[in-house]
Design a protein around this ligand. Structure first.
Ligand code: CS2
Length: 486
């Protein structure tokens, strides 16, 4: 063996795992005994940081909950994880650093390459749960939360329900096959940052199924469970610095490690039924998941306080030339804005779930933003603003307006987003957003006159409902904020 070969670290996989450096946590179960109980759509960084981590814990006590991860579009995850036997490293970067190899993903499929393999998994009796992290836009909903029947993927899937391309289309086709086979439906667990995520998904799935077969829709309506959830763990995108750090810490080369903060939370609406010996429902509570009847309280608090303030400092921070959340929250003006928004504008719109002190929760979130170990790019959070702002900021705005409270500060993130869009469009930088084309056209119609520019943006109906766009108090606040930031 040449010196060069000797110095190159082994690639992480089922065999090399034994050579991981001491201190690296390894799967605490025999992976050969794992069966697939979960099909997951969208195995991006967040899934691998969060749900796959909880299932990894669960597998130590129950081997029926291995994950079949399904990418709806790109083969990237499969290409990285296949040579690694599905294994990857999760780095928890915080006051303490922890490296762990996660083993819960036992199969990775790329749906467009092999739809029958996906259908087979969905229709398998052992599959009891389908989870999703497909981002806000992956649900194909209209601005008011209904299935968007004009969305190209949904148009395609309604015309070809047996050859779907969307997550909703796959879920319905899988359920149809179970219905025909006399099997119980799987539970469908939406894990994206949408208010009432499970309910919205259930409505979309049922509406789709209605056009396929009304009896199927009625069966789904009556029998399938779509718990609402709140998911939380700050997970910046993987970069080469992380790859190098993971390699140094584990002694193994990982093509796609994942990083996150130590904090993680998963709150699931308690509708899945008791965990049972026949494997119908996983014992999520035993691995740290909160099961509750009041998921909405948790979900609103998290969406509005964490994600709302995240988006605020992303747009306002980028305008001020900052690159990361840590830099932005270290800017005293932005830190004050974040805190004032939380205390004066957002918390008054929330009802605390039992046991949650909202003021302390808000402070803890700001503390998490100050984690110096995490290099979370503002540009990443700025993606898909048209999809995120309605859930993160506009709900708070609507509640404040209804209560007769001022919305001047809440107008700042919205105005900052408008400037962000204009600036990117002017610089010819791609805007990552499903509405990118309309955003660029909107930016092109802007002149720099605050009232006229704001009016252009307010025409974007998937973002601003007609009611909000016509609200004189909000319009005045937006024009003022836009002028101040310009
Ligand atoms: C972030 C979220 O990228 C974003 O838009 O606001 O991904 C955030 O980090 C997570 O929701 C935290 O749980």
């Amino acid at each position: 063996m040449s010196a060069e070969t000797l110095s190159r670290p082994l690639r992480l996989n089922a065999v090399s795992l034994a050579a991981a450096l001491p201190g690296v946590a390894l799967p605490a179960y025999d992976r050969d005994r794992i069966t697939v109980g979960v099909v997951h759509f969208g195995p991006g960084a967040f899934h691998r940081a969060h749900q796959a981590f909880y299932f990894d814990r669960l597998l130590a006590q129950d081997p029926r909950w291995g994950i079949c991860a399904v990418s709806l579009k790109s083969p990237g995850v499969r290409d990285a994880l296949l040579p690694q036997d599905g294994l990857y490293t999760l780095a928890q970067l915080d006051a303490e650093t922890r490296f762990q190899v996660v083993g819960s993903i036992v199969e990775v499929l790329v749906a467009p390459e092999d739809p029958p393999a996906v259908f087979a998994r969905l229709a398998a009796p052992m599959t009891r749960m389908v989870t999703l992290t497909v981002t806000e836009k992956g649900y194909c909903l209209t601005g008011d939360g209904q299935l968007d029947v004009a969305h190209p993927d949904i148009v395609h899937d309604l015309a070809n329900p047996r050859e779907p391309v969307s997550a909703v289309g796959y879920i319905v086709e899988g359920l149809r096959r179970r219905f025909m086979a006399g099997l119980a439906p799987y539970a469908v667990v939406a894990c994206d940052n949408l208010a009432d995520n499970g309910w919205r998904l259930k409505a979309a799935v049922t509406a789709f199924a209605q056009s396929v077969d009304p009896a199927l829709a009625a069966w789904i309506e009556a029998q399938a469970r779509f718990p609402r959830t709140m998911v939380d763990s700050i997970t910046p995108a993987t970069d080469d610095a992380l790859r190098a750090r993971v390699e140094a810490a584990t002694g193994l080369a990982d093509a796609w490690p994942i990083q996150r903060e130590a904090f993680t939370q998963w709150v699931v609406e308690d509708v899945l039924g008791p965990p049972s010996a026949n494997g119908d429902a996983p014992d999520l509570a035993s691995v740290g998941v909160t099961l509750t009847d009041d998921v909405r309280g948790f979900e609103r608090a998290k969406l509005r306080l964490l994600n709302g303030v995240h988006s605020t400092i992303a747009y306002a921070g980028l305008l001020k030339g900052h690159e990361t959340v840590f830099e932005a929250i270290s800017d005293p003006d932005l830190a004050r804005l974040a805190e004032d928004l939380m205390v004066q504008d957002i918390i008054p719109t929330l009802t605390a779930p039992r046991g949650l002190d909202l003021a302390a929760y808000g402070q803890a979130i700001l503390g998490r933003f100050r984690n110096p170990e995490i290099r979370h790019l503002l540009a990443q959070i700025a993606w898909d603003g048209s999809q995120k702002l309605p859930f993160r900021i506009l709900g708070t705005v609507a509640d404040a307006l209804a209560a007769g409270r001022p919305v001047d500060r809440l107008a700042l993130p919205l105005a900052a987003w408008m400037h962000f869009v204009r600036r990117r469009a002017a610089e010819g930088v791609t805007i990552v957003d499903p509405l990118a084309e309309r955003l660029v056209a909107t930016a092109a119609a802007c002149t720099g006159d605050a009232a006229a520019d704001v009016a252009q943006f307010l025409k974007l109906e998937p973002v601003f409902s007609r009611e909000l766009a016509g609200d004189a108090v909000l319009v005045a606040a937006l024009v003022k904020a836009y002028g101040e930031l310009g």
